[in-house]
Design a protein around this ligand. Sequence first.
Ligand code: AMP
Ligand code: MG
Length: 417
Amino acid sequence: MADPADPTFHDPRMRGFRSRASVESVLNLIEERVARLDSESVPLTEASGRVSASEVVSGVDVPGFDRSAMDGYAVRGEETFGADVYSPIPFRIVGRVRPGKSAPLVVGPGEAAEIATGAPLPEGADSVVRVESTSVIGSTVEIIEPTSPGRHVGARGEDIARGAIVIGSGRALRPQDLGVLASIGSASVVVVRRPDVTILVTGDELVRAGLPLLPGRIADANSPMLTALVARDGGLPRVVGPLPDDRAALRDAIEQAARSSDAVLISGGSSTGPEDHAPSLLAELGELLVHGVAIRPASPAGLGWMGRVPVVLLPGNPVSCLCAYDFFAGPVVRRLGGRPPGWPYRPVEVKLGGKLASVVGRVDYARVRLVEGKAEPMAIAGASILSSTTRADGFVVVPADLEGYPAGGSVTVWLYE
Ligand code: AMP
Ligand code: MG
């Protein structure tokens, strides 16, 4: 634990950043230190969208019996060879089988059993003649079209063979996956626990959205935004705040959050101003491994740990906050929940409608609009223009080693959609 009395302890308040970590080094740190959480079993009715924690192997054949794929007559196929409209072949009807009923019937030579789609094929029969190719006269059915062994029969294990892997580990379960799990007889599935993410929102000026604003106050925009981002990434968000820029209050909140969460996000107070307590508190109470990142517009971001709990420091400026979430907090939440750490945004390759300037040495998170198939950089300097993100269709990342892209250059746009 860092000790503020230690002469090597660096309290960044009012000194500015000495150096900034590269985006890559921060992502490497997250990859090394953030592991998937433990698992839990949930009923299938609650499993949609959850991440499977292990492979699921079928213990049964599906279907568990040979079944008819048609309404018609179950017969011994080779006895129907040569049947046609001019020379129908008669079979004696020995009974009927319906779906869900076990059939104690045996179909012998010259015999047929009336059968419905999904019903088990009776012993002795190996195929089905479609009802359209038959006509019934009393207890005899005449067949006017041949069938062959196996025809119109769904073989046991044809859908899922016993021993087959039906769900891979780490898969976000889709509705049809739940159907498959049910079909192999599972009522529940083992999934990765959803990360409990506490969002500490700090700033003396903040007022919870919807409450009256006194002069100089602003509405807290980051709480709803971060709540939605965490939920989108499979976490269980819990907002605490807005909290004042008060060291003792923030210390208590960080300690409490670290005890009750899998990750902590702190919005605001992450920079080097006199009221920016989060970095030095994290250094004091746990570990502050990153403070200041070579990225615009989220350079006052930080990363550390309270014991095993990752803590991401997000700048309060809403656009910086979104950028820092996209780059650092999102991968933490997704990794904890066993999801792919990459962006859940769809990339499209397009040409730039105008020049996109950047500075060598830092990554740029540049909002763009798509106009007539081209990416138009949005001419917004400030990190505080939150509406720039709603007007943007997505963003382009300019890597640290580039001075930007020329008009007409090809870029990848990550769509917010
Ligand atoms: P900070 O990171 O605390 O220095 O805040 C930077 C800027 O972002 C200031 O102008 C704050 O008023 C603003 N800000 C901080 N937190 C929020 C928030 N939750 N919602 C909207 N604006 C914020
Ligand atoms: Mg502040």
